[in-house]
Design a protein around this ligand. Structure first.
Ligand code: NDP
Length: 493
């Protein structure tokens, strides 16, 4: 396809549509059609500087003067506009990422709820009146925006994961510079148009497009960025945290996982098999919360594996835009290569392929067949490391203690599930899992009001829920002297 036929996008800086100052551009690929379909600017450090300067200036402009009530009204309007355009945005996300249209339609229809939820908090960011231990003083606190937020988002759910940052940051009164993944740069630009239409002042949301090691790095190193909200791999998250530490900027990190589904002998096996499928094959396994390890009581191992394999083999692979399709391709070439390499290593490490095991020979492209591996060894890569693809590793256990120990044995701690009909065991085991989210007899449910984030190498801080908005505020304490009396200048008290 010639460059002239590609959809042509510009970045959004201070409300203006701009190209990179260097004029550089790159193409984004439709992973199903295996063709470039849009062209976006390739921003360098000078473009990032302009975006951060716009965001910094906007803090001091009309946006900084708005009350929480006024920010709430803007957030509600933005939610309405996203609801209006949900299907159009979903189609763009599918084209850019290869994810199922039915999943992206669901996500886009749900995203407005985040803006409504945080609009409900924007006017409730209360400080506290603190009873003083000194009769001549009154103390109170204010919650103030942290300042300019850098939102760095990956390709697997571009708008949803941006929303998890944007909605609370705007509710808190921050301004934002977004860097979407170079694999999925389009919808952040589209969202910026809706932010403008909703009436947010210029500079409140800026979008710079480019590559992580250049554009992303320039953003994380920028001295005027007060907080970096990042979703992506643990390795990149750690390098982002290093960049932030150099100037003591805040970080909110939502990173990788190797979440376990623990299925006990008394579980409803049909429900558990369905939950296992949802956990690891939905989104072709390209989700941070993928339930990529199945820990199953030895007495039901073969029966449950047979159910999961049967369902995996009936999954419809194909065009992500078709309503009947259940699994689309992987989102990009590096991801396809990574998944293929990890499968090869798993086989070399002695895993047995119960089904799948590699690329789909008929569909070709970036399609990988839903894969179930048994006979895996706990210390191997396939059990310990994130695949981010449709690959399930199955391990048997004999006791509850062993199941918990296995579940907690990776460096991650994002999510997990317990499948049992025993209410005591359900809660007891959930409490002992070192993970930020645990579902009991369910998998892959999230909501705007329930905190989400990881233990250990799965992240730092929480998105969603009330505490997410506090991630974007500083608490200021104010002391008021009530009597006008002078005091000993050489003592604290
Ligand atoms: P990355 O973690 O590298 O990318 C996530 C985001 O960070 C993207 O916007 C990326 O930009 C940006 N980025 C990359 N390098 C830097 C940097 N040095 N400074 C600032 N920003 C940077 O993930 P990948 O896309 O490379 O995927 C690799 C693996 O990460 C996957 O196989 C998967 O295991 C995991 N992953 C986990 C996700 C999760 O939700 N937990 C999401 C995505 C991936 P760009 O894409 O333009 O390089």
């Amino acid at each position: 396809m010639s460059t002239a036929q590609l959809d042509h996008y510009q970045m959004v800086i201070n409300g203006a549509r701009v190209d990179a100052r260097s004029g550089a551009r790159f193409d984004t690929l439709d992973p199903y059609a295996q063709r470039p379909w849009a062209s976006v600017p390739d921003a360098d450090a000078a473009d990032v500087d302009a975006a951060v300067a716009a965001a910094k200036a906007a803090l001091r402009g009309p946006w900084g003067e708005l009350t929480g009530f006024q920010r709430a009204a803007l957030l509600r309007r933005l939610g309405d506009l996203i609801a209006r355009d949900a299907q159009r945005l979903a189609r763009l996300e599918t084209r850019d990422s290869g994810k199922l249209l039915r999943e992206m339609s669901g996500q886009l229809s749900y995203i407005p709820q985040w803006f409504y939820y945080y609009s409900g908090l924007a006017d409730k960011l209360e400080g506290a009146a603190i009873p003083s231990d000194k009769p001549n003083f009154f103390a109170y606190t204010r919650r103030e925006p942290v300042g300019v937020v850098a939102a760095i988002v990956p390709w697997n759910s571009p708008l949803l994961l941006l929303t998890w940052k944007l909605a609370p940051a705007l509710a808190a009164g921050c301004t934002v510079v977004v860097k979407p993944s170079d694999h999925t740069p389009v919808t952040a630009i589209e969202l910026a148009a809706l932010v403008e239409e909703a009436g947010f002042p210029p500079g409140v949301l800026n979008v710079v497009t480019g590559f992580g090691p250049a554009t992303g790095k320039a953003l994380t190193a920028h001295p005027d960025v007060a907080k970096i909200a990042f979703t992506g791999s643990t390795a990149t998250g750690i390098s982002v945290a290093h960049a932030a530490a150099d100037r003591l900027a805040g970080v909110l990190l939502e990173l990788g996982g190797k979440s376990a589904q623990l299925v006990f002998a008394d579980a409803d096996l049909d429900a558990a098999a369905n939950g296992v499928i949802a956990g690891v094959f939905a989104a072709s396994g390209q989700t941070c919360m993928a339930g990529a390890r199945l820990l199953v009581h030895r007495s039901i191992h073969d029966e449950l594996v047979a159910k999961v394999v049967a369902r995996a083999e009936s999954i419809t692979l194909g065009d992500p835009a078709e309503p009947a399709t259940e699994m689309g391709p992987l989102a990009n070439a590096p991801q396809f290569e990574k998944v293929s390499a990890m499968l090869a290593t798993a086989l070399a490490d002695g895993a047995t392929v119960a089904t799948g095991g590699g690329p789909d020979p008929e569909l070709g492209g970036f399609f990988v067949r839903p894969t179930v591996l048994t006979g895996v060894t706990p210390s191997t890569e396939i059990v310990c490391e994130e695949v981010f693809g449709p690959v399930l590793a199955v391990l048997p256990f004999d006791t509850e203690e062993e199941a918990i120990e296995l579940a907690n044995s990776t460096r991650y701690g994002l999510a997990g599930a317990v499948w049992t009909k025993d209410i005591h065991r359900g809660h007891r085991v959930a409490h002992q899992l070192r993970a930020g989210t645990v579902w009991i007899n369910a998998y892959r449910t999230v909501g705007p009001n329930v905190p989400f984030g990881g233990y250990n190498h799965s992240g730092l801080g929480r998105e969603n829920g009330i505490e997410a908005v506090y991630e974007y505020t500083e608490t200021k304490s104010i002391w008021v002297e009530l009597t006008g009396a002078t005091r000993d200048p050489f003592t604290i008290g």
